[in-house]
Design a protein. Structure first.
Ligand code: CMX
Length: 144
C-alpha cells in the first residue's frame, strides 16, 4: 500500500523558533515552507538536503489560530511533540478505498490539499494504533 515514510509531523507553537532549533541544533535544512489555511497551519519541511530523493522528512506544524487542530493538540499535549506519521502513496483514492474496505475510518470523504499541492487524507488515530496517520500522494512532478 505504502511507498515509504514521507514525513513525521511535529506540532510546535512557533514555526520560526522551531526552524531555528532544528537547523541550529540538528543541522537540518529547510526544504519547503508554506501556509495551509484550510488545515490551519504554518508548516516547514526539513531534511538533510544531502539525499536525492530526500529521505523521510520532518514536518514542523504551527497553528495559525486558536481553532487550529494543532492549537488543540498543543493544549491537550501540554506542549510540542509528535503529532502525526505520514506515509507516501502512489494512488490515494485506491489506498483510501482499500483501507475503508478493511474497516478503518478515513477523516475526509475525499482527499484534501496538503504540502506542495499533495492530495492528503488521514486515518483516525483510534484506527491506527493511537497514531494520527496521514496519507499523501505527491503531485505527479514531485513524486519519486
Ligand atoms: N495523535 C494521536 N491521537 C490523537 C491525535 C493525534 N494527533 N489527535 C487526537 N488524538 C486522540 C485524542 O487524544 C482522543 O483520544 P481519547 O478519546 O482517548 O482522549 C481521540 O484521538 C479523539 O480526539 P477528539 O477530541 O475526538 O478529536 P480531536 O478534535 O482532537 O481531533 C483528529 C482528532 C484526528 C480528528 C484531528 O486532529 C484531525 O482532524 N486531524 C487531521 C488534520 C490535521 O491534523 N491537520 C494538521 C496537519 C496538516 C498537515 O499535515 O498538512
Amino acid at each position: 500500500l505504502f511507498i515509504c515514510i514521507d514525513h513525521v509531523g511535529l506540532a510546535v507553537a512557533d514555526i520560526d523558533e522551531a526552524i531555528k532549533f532544528h537547523t541550529e541544533k540538528f543541522g537540518f535544512r529547510v526544504l519547503h515552507k508554506e501556509v495551509n489555511e484550510e488545515q490551519g497551519v504554518a508548516e516547514a519541511m526539513l531534511g538533510t538536503g544531502t539525499q536525492q530523493p530526500e529521505s523521510a522528512q520532518i514536518q514542523l506544524l504551527a497553528p495559525l489560530n486558536e481553532n487550529s487542530t494543532i492549537a488543540k493538540w498543543l493544549t491537550r499535549n501540554g506542549g510540542p511533540g509528535m503529532q502525526q506519521l505520514c506515509y507516501r502513496v502512489a494512488d490515494i483514492d485506491a489506498v483510501c478505498a482499500t483501507l475503508r474496505e478493511r474497516g478503518l475510518r478515513l477523516l475526509y470523504p475525499e482527499p484534501k490539499t496538503g504540502t506542495g499541492g499533495a492530495r492528503i487524507n488521514f486515518v483516525h488515530p483510534k484506527d491506527a494504533g493511537g497514531v494520527l496517520l496521514e496519507l499523501t500522494q505527491p503531485p505527479a512532478e514531485a513524486a519519486h
